[in-house]
Design a protein around this ligand. Structure first.
Ligand code: OAD
Length: 231
């Protein structure tokens, strides 16, 4: 059975109206990573960090999946083989676009995590710093986001599937954050054909066999059509 692994980053949700991180006017131009995306930042100012992700949750809920998200769902439904989407995104546009076989390696906005007992539950629209965990009652609720310095989720499963991938595509990912930026090398070692789909070559663009440059809502449906045609 043929296996396709697709890594997605913020670029796939850009045309749904969600800001990317590293654009000149992106999220990391307006917020300090150390303040809002590290465990130390959360310890220093939990209200600031909780508020930052409340705003991301609000904007994600108002956004709609675009043609690129929907095309990946069509690929999964119609491809005669295994399709796994691994996303760095914390929005839920892939699942709302119809993708089922999906790993949120950097966590998600719609769950809360207890820092004391690791229990997860559906996040309310607005979390508050010090919310109590419904399982252990500790006032230790935090956004279920993998921050810098923390281990991304499901890495064993991701590397297992990458090790038998026939095709690896990275869509809208800048290639600046590891371990995701290392997936292309891992897939290439496994003998996969590798393809980068982005507005411009990423930091690891030279490692891919092929590039498809342009906005994801155009390039991704065209690529999915070509795969399903067997081209
Ligand atoms: P970045 O903001 O670093 O990169 C977004 C990429 O999407 C860039 O390479 C853009 O060229 C591309 N892009 C923008 N608009 C596009 C479009 N319409 N079509 C196709 N490509 C487009 O976002 P990520 O690479 O996802 O982690 O960032 C990786 C991680 O860094 C995030 O998960 C987040 C961040 O810090 C954490 O917060 C832990």
């Amino acid at each position: 059975m043929s296996t396709i692994v697709i890594l997605t980053g913020a670029g796939i949700s850009a045309e749904s109206g969600l800001e990317t991180f590293r654009a000149d006017t992106g999220l990391w131009a307006k917020h300090r990573v150390e303040d809002v995306a590290t465990p130390e930042g959360f310890s220093r100012d939990p209200a600031l960090v909780t508020g930052f992700y409340n705003e991301r949750r609000r904007l994600a809920a108002a956004a709609r999946p675009n043609a690129a998200h929907r095309a990946l769902a069509r690929l999964e439904a119609e491809y005669d083989g295994e399709v796994l989407v691994v996303t760095q995104n914390v929005d839920d546009l892939h699942e709302r676009g119809g993708t089922q076989n999906l790993i949120h390696m950097h966590g998600g906005l719609n769950t809360a995590l207890c820092a004391a007992c690791d229990h997860r539950w559906p996040a309310p629209a607005k979390m508050h710093a010090g919310d109590a965990c419904p399982a252990c009652s500790a006032p230790a609720a935090r956004p279920d986001i993998v921050w810098f310095g923390e281990m991304p989720y499901q890495m064993d499963r991701i590397f297992d599937v990458l090790g038998r991938a026939h095709i690896f595509a990275a869509i809208g990912s800048s290639g600046n954050v590891y371990p995701a930026a290392g997936f292309v090398a891992e897939a290439a070692r496994a003998g996969a054909h590798t393809l980068e789909i982005n507005l411009e070559p990423s930091s690891v663009g030279a490692q891919f066999d092929e590039a498809l440059l342009g906005p994801a809502t155009q390039t991704v449906p065209a690529w999915v059509d070509s795969i399903l045609r067997g081209a």
